[in-house]
Design a protein around this ligand. Structure first.
Ligand SMILES: Cc1ncc(COP(=O)(O)O)c(C=O)c1O
Length: 484
């Protein structure tokens, strides 16, 4: 069947891509979805590792490697995004500027520059980052690393008193967030056993948290809580929390609230400013493809980033923070007079001059994201992950629904998740399934003892890859059940 005719057939059928029509389980259907995808050309902007590359044991250039080598199915952007093709160009320009100009590279512009001189690159970063997280440029800084930024932000936003000192977080928060909160409490001489309020899932088979449960915990601890710190998207379950409602509720109890957006930035269309979030922090190496451990980002709502005029010498007219010279006002930064006056907004929370190498890597990716909108990217993501869920749950297999060797622990409501689906396998299946996926050039990650996390990234993954993944995964599950 010609693909035009096929698309017409599909279009006259049930709505895409959640169709139960038998044609919707065919590869041609996935290919037709790709052909209609308005974001399809973005895939060419990224380097997807080939299956052969994944098996390489050296990095030396390989004369037999070929752009037509089959690509892996890379569904691991929730852990480490792939490399944009343009990253090399940005890094090379940075190296060339440094080599040819030395220290004067801080100030000397070039006619063909991709980025301004070193001294201004952080401003370019915040400009491109702001629309990704739904903020104004002055509310965002590209700086530091995620856990370090969480500490910096808590140094400013966690200001406990004897009465109000507790921090509410998820019981299954990412360990680094747990350690950061625990150590903040200790730093202020509180006992974490008393000061950490952990929200635990009510049902371990479905370890998600309802908004009502979170609100109840806030209510129960309102009089003694100074801060709530939650993840926007939970790393394990993939659950996307109702940031707007939970933030408003915390504020109604006079509690500040921060969000760890590691799994949300570049994944969902955040609106941190409109949702009145106090502060947020994220890494850029997951959905934002800046490379392992690359420079991170933070958000400070404009109401917390104000710098008012001084009435007397003794008072500070800005939010207290741990400070460094890069956060100081641009007009006085190089005065070296030891009078710290911060820049307005998130930039005033910077400490050190940023790694220009790192900023180049994140900007290479942000520049691609800014060619679309997060609304468009989210729209495709909803459809791509919806299609993945549909095939996983409904694909016509001989096994009956009860016999499914796995369950999904990610919420089934698309509004309560991002790109990632977390699949819990029946006991004893994980090792075989992982082996099979690896053999077939599929890259996902696992959380022992039984969960695999699968995250098709909308800018570089395709519906056809989702279809192929499901063939491989479902077959691997069937084989694993037989071998058990
Ligand atoms: C939710 C979450 N928080 C914190 C971290 C720690 O990040 P970093 O090592 O960049 O500080 C991670 C890392 O994956 C994460 O997923």
């Amino acid at each position: 069947m010609g693909s035009r005719q096929h698309i017409r057939d599909i279009q006259s059928g049930p709505p895409l891509p959640y169709s139960d029509d038998i044609r919707a389980y065919k590869k041609e259907y996935a290919e037709a979805l790709d052909a209609q995808d308005p974001l399809r050309s973005f895939r060419d902007e990224f380097i997807i590792p080939s299956k052969k590359d994944l098996k390489r044991t050296t990095l030396a250039a390989d004369e037999y490697s070929d752009a037509s080598d089959p690509r892996s199915i890379y569904f691991c952007g929730n852990s480490l995004g792939v490399q944009p093709r343009s990253t090399q160009k940005y890094i090379e320009q940075y190296l060339r500027t440094w080599a040819t100009k030395g220290v004067t590279g801080h100030f000397v512009p070039h006619e063909d520059q991709l980025l301004p001189p070193f001294v201004d690159v952080d401003t370019s970063g915040s400009k491109l980052m702001a629309p990704i997280v739904g903020a104004s440029q002055s509310e965002v800084a590209v700086m530091g690393t995620l856990t370090a930024n969480l500490h910096l932000l808590m140094a400013s936003f966690y200001r406990p008193t004897k009465e109000k000192y507790k921090i509410i977080l998820e019981g299954k928060a990412f360990p680094s967030d747990h350690y950061a909160v625990e150590s903040q409490l200790r730093h202020h001489n509180f006992d974490p056993k008393d000061g950490m309020v952990l929200i635990e899932p009510e049902n371990l088979d479905k370890p998600t948290l309802s908004t009502e449960q979170i609100i109840k915990v806030i209510d129960e601890n309102a009089s003694s809580t100074a801060l709530v710190l939650l993840s926007a998207i939970q790393f394990y379950t993939g659950q996307y929390f109702d940031i707007e409602r939970i933030t408003a509720h915390a504020h109604s109890k006079d509690i500040l609230i921060g969000w760890d957006c590691a799994h949300a930035a570049g994944n969902v269309d955040l609106r941190l400013h409109d949702w009145n979030v106090d502060f947020a922090a994220w890494c850029n190496y997951k959905y934002l493809n800046s490379g392992p451990g690359g420079i991170a980002g933070l958000f400070v709502h404009e109401r917390h980033g104000r710098v008012d005029e001084k009435q007397s010498d003794s008072e500070e007219t800005f939010r207290p923070r741990l400070s460094g010279w890069w956060g100081s006002d641009l007009k006085t930064r190089f005065n070296m007079d030891n009078k710290f006056l911060p820049q307005i907004g998130a930039a005033g929370f910077q400490l050190s001059n940023p790694s220009v190498l790192d900023i180049n890597a994140v900007i290479a990716s942000l520049e691609i994201f800014n060619r679309a909108t997060m609304k468009e990217i989210r729209q495709k993501s909803l459809e791509l992950t919806g299609y993945l869920e549909h095939l996983l749950l409904k694909y016509p297999l001989d096994a009956s629904a009860q016999d499914k060797p796995f369950t999904l622990i990610t919420p089934s409501n698309p509004a309560e998740r991002g790109a990632q689906l977390s699949i819990r396998l029946q006991p004893g299946l994980l090792d075989h399934v992982l082996h099979s996926l690896e053999e077939n050039g599929v890259v996902i990650d696992e959380r022992k003892p039984d969960v695999v996390r699968v995250a098709p990234a909308p800018l570089y993954n395709t519906y056809t890859e989702v279809w192929e993944f499901c063939q491989i995964f479902l077959q691997a599950c069937k084989d694993a059940v037989k071998m058990r």
